[in-house]
Design a binder for this molecule. Structure first.
Ligand SMILES: Nc1ncnc2c1ncn2[C@@H]1O[C@H](COP(=O)(O)OP(=O)(O)OP(=O)(O)O)[C@@H](O)[C@H]1O
Length: 504
């Protein structure tokens, strides 16, 4: 009964903590202390700790209480002197069981923590197997894994000694206590103070009580682990995120969305590095239907700007305004639903092509899915696959080429028919042939919507209505391609550098 109840509670806690994780704002995950690895490990193990309280600690507490009551009653009904002697010895027996449990539990914890470290090294290597193989660095990573494994090995060796010695000591203590009680009992029998039956009755009744108390003592450590884990889980569940991506009730949304975006004197620093200003007074407009390009050196704050438009973070000062509403006043789900983003690394889920596209617009008809695939110029490819739209893409889309993945990601973005399209270097991870195909798709996709695009290849954004040039977190120039060339400033220099790269 307790087992069933605690299993149900564990499932609920897992559900609530996963839901809580999805509610947290992006900055929460940037913080290494709350890295995804730590949180998912928390999800897996801490609910289990709480489970043990219900399935082990509570039942063993009730069993121990019942066994002690019965043992003491039987003992006193048989012989009170022997009963008092055995009761006097009980704390020592319980203590020795507890010490043994504590020692082996402590070392087991150390071993499993050490194994987690080496497991992390192994998982990271396997996940990057192609890079490891192409760098021919297999031996390096085998050595790293071996090194990471030496700590669990040392821990395990320590555990063997500690567990062995503490087990031996606790068994010796128990046997000593038995010997003492039998010695006292036999003296009583010789003196005719007690019968042999009574001696064995008292012994067995109270020994079973001691055994159940020992079990309780062993499980008591699970109780403290359970409390610590429950506190962590509840802290996560009860944390009120500043930006709650699952909240679909609060906030407002405009009646009609045209795709107007406005940044006003935006100052920003990432929560993990609050003193490093990333954006310093950034202001620009993207009017409905315009194509606005963000260009500039690496690390100048372009992707950060896109993240602020999606309200993955909050600005420190100034405001990000979408359709005349500050993003902080928008309903966060409606804000994000009203735009689509295509980024450099297309992220597909390990499901079918159809399911992946459907994530853009749950409930879309098959016709809409096909149309989105046509818009993304991937329809013919999908139709020629043996399983068509039902083809599984593999984990992270691993069974597709970069260009195919990107076009499916574009289909997922286009199925929403977004009025605001954000493109964060959507073609820069592709080879030149795929890049051309995807660029054509994107050029078509820009029609009839506001597009904010980050591009390194300046030739792809020359026709933009406005080009915004970022330099170290601030805008240094903005205008059309021709205006900026005439100005002969940073943009013109970037164009010169790229044409030099092309001609060389
Ligand atoms: N999650 C984060 N936490 C802390 N700092 C970050 C985070 N993401 C980016 N940064 C830092 O913010 C700065 C701006 O990064 P951002 O990605 O916006 O630049 P970018 O102009 O898009 O660069 P690139 O063209 O290389 O993609 C960089 O210095 C980067 O190290």
């Amino acid at each position: 009964m307790f087992g069933i109840a605690s299993e149900k509670l564990t499932r609920r806690l897992r559900y609530l903590s996963f839901k809580a994780m999805l509610r947290q704002e992006a900055g929460y995950f940037d913080d290494e202390r709350h890295g995804t690895g730590a949180l998912t490990a928390q999800l897996a193990t801490e609910a289990e700790d709480v489970n043990k309280v219900g399935s082990l600690v509570i039942p063993s507490f009730i069993t121990a209480l019942a066994a002690i009551a019965a043992g003491v009653a039987i003992g006193f009904a048989s012989d009170w002197r022997l009963t008092l002697i055995v009761i006097g010895c009980l704390p020592f027996m319980v203590l020795s069981e507890y010490a043994q449990a504590k020692a082996s539990e402590g070392t087991a914890h150390g071993v499993s923590k050490a194994h987690q470290e080496s497991g992390k090294a192994a998982a990271e290597t396997i996940a990057s197997i192609k890079t490891v193989a192409s760098l021919t660095r297999e031996h390096t990573f085998i050595a790293i894994f071996n090194e990471a494994n030496s700590s669990p090995h040392a821990e395990a060796m320590r555990s063997v000694y500690v567990t062995g010695i503490s087990y031996g000591l606790s068994q010796a203590a128990n046997l000593l206590i038995y010997a003492l009680v039998f010695y006292a009992g036999s003296r009583f029998i010789i003196k005719d103070m007690v019968s042999t039956e009574d001696l064995f009755r008292v012994m067995f009744a109270l020994m079973f009580s001691a055994y159940s108390l020992g079990m309780l003592a062993q499980n008591a450590s699970n109780y403290s682990n359970g409390v610590v884990s429950a506190t962590k889980i509840y802290n996560l569940i009860e944390r009120q995120p500043v930006i709650d991506g699952t909240n679909d009730t609060d906030g407002q949304a405009p009646e009609k969305f045209f795709g107007n975006v406005e940044l006003r004197d935006v100052e920003f620093a990432y929560p993990i590095r609050p003193n490093a200003k990333i954006l310093k007074g950034v202001s620009f407009d993207a009017k409905a239907g315009q194509t606005v390009a963000l260009v500039g050196g690496s690390g100048s704050g372009k992707s950060t700007t896109i993240a602020l438009i999606q309200r993955l973070y909050d600005v420190l000062a100034g405001s990000t305004v979408v359709e005349n509403i500050d993003v902080r006043d928008w309903n966060i789900r409606q804000l994000r639903d009203s735009m689509s983003i295509v980024s450099q690394e297309p992220i597909l889920f390990g499901m079918s092509i159809e399911e992946n596209i459907l994530y853009g617009k749950p409930g879309a008809t098959h016709q809409e899915i096909e149309q989105a695939a046509k818009d993304a110029n991937i329809y013919d490819f999908i139709r020629n696959l043996p399983d068509g739209f039902a083809t599984a893409v593999g984990q992270k889309g691993g069974q597709l080429s970069g260009g195919q993945k990107q076009r499916i990601a574009i289909a997922r973005a286009m199925i929403r028919n977004p009025k605001l399209l954000l493109l964060d270097e959507a073609t820069s991870a592709l080879d030149s042939k795929s890049e051309r195909v995807v660029q054509e798709v994107l050029d078509k996709a820009k029609q009839g919507r506001t597009t904010i695009t980050i591009a390194h290849r300046l030739s792809t954004i020359q026709d933009s209505d406005v080009i915004i040039v970022f330099q170290r977190g601030a805008i240094c120039e903005q205008g059309t391609h021709d205006e900026l060339l005439q100005r002969n400033g940073v943009y013109a220099e970037l164009v010169r550098q790229q044409s030099l790269e092309v001609t060389h």
